[in-house]
Design a binder for this molecule. Structure first.
Ligand SMILES: [Zn+2]
Length: 275
């Protein structure tokens, strides 16, 4: 049996309907250059795909900036402060889950933004990726002042909050701490495409692939590389630059109803504001 047969069939069906789907790729938890990062960048390079690195700012190193210096298709997003859990025992883990004073969280967000801006300059896009994909109401309100206008979590974008550019397909089996098997990943990818294509409210939201290069076992790399062969090579799939997806999220293009519906006077990508 051909691997990723369900995903291929779903993409073929979309092609048959004359539709295209935009995908993007977020990889979390980078701080410095490692062998695993080298493999990630090589994988993205071979597939000729843009990549967004969600970088943990505390202890982030110049070696990471050097590793992507000649890779303009690699964008940087702010991934919390130090990926520390502040939720009480028994609750789901969160660094910015409103378990601390808002001023303390705001200080860390601003410091993290400053650190990444210093290391990566304009590669840093105005996107906040909260560790464990969780953020509380108070922390959410603290994203505005430092110019982090777009939130990136896991699952369908929610209405009524900030613009979201989310991930929807995680290649890891976190209970087993290894990559999903090929059949399971195929099923989840096909399901994500099915949900995306059947829900008009979501069909303007780019589908996000989520990886964690530091946690990948051999199976995760194998599955990722084969999944990308399918997703990067299919005629109905588009992989816009991450910067343009952020601009579209800010402009409201993923609202239901069709054509881009830019907010009046809305800028394109707002670079992260300096204080
Ligand atoms: Zn993380």
């Amino acid at each position: 049996m051909t691997i990723f047969s369900k995903t291929r069939a779903r993409l073929d069906a979309l092609s048959g309907e004359g539709r295209t789907v935009s995908l993007w790729w977020r990889d979390d938890d980078a701080r410095w250059s490692t062998r695993a990062l080298g493999r990630l960048l090589a994988t993205a390079g071979e597939a000729r795909l843009p990549l967004a690195l969600a970088v943990i700012p505390e202890k982030a190193e110049a070696s990471l900036a050097e590793a992507i210096a000649d890779r303009p298709e690699v964008a940087v997003l702010l991934h919390g402060w130090r990926h520390a859990n502040h939720a009480p025992a028994g609750e789901k883990r969160a660094e910015f889950g409103d378990h601390r004073p808002a001023a303390e969280m705001a200080g860390e967000i601003a410091e993290g933004r400053d650190r990444l801006q210093g290391l990566f300059g304009e590669r840093l896009l105005p996107v906040f990726v909260p560790p464990w994909n969780r953020i509380g109401t108070a922390a959410l309100a603290e994203l505005v002042r430092p110019g982090l206008s777009v939130l990136s979590v896991y699952g369908p974008a929610r209405c009524g909050g900030p613009a979201e550019l989310n991930a929807h397909l995680d290649i890891m089996d976190w209970r087993a701490m290894r990559g999903l098997g090929l059949d399971e990943l195929d099923r989840l990818a096909a399901d994500a495409l099915e949900l995306w294509s059947s829900d008009t409210g979501r069909s303007h939201e780019p589908l996000g692939l989520l990886t964690h290069h530091l946690q990948h076992d051999a199976g995760a790399w194998y599955a990722l590389e084969h999944l990308l062969e399918v997703l990067a090579g299919h005629p109905c799939v588009r992989w816009p630059q991450v910067e343009s997806l952020v601009a579209a999220a800010l402009a409201g293009e993923r609202r239901p109803g069709g054509e881009a519906e830019a907010r009046a006077g809305g800028p394109l990508v707002r670079k992260v504001a300096s204080q």
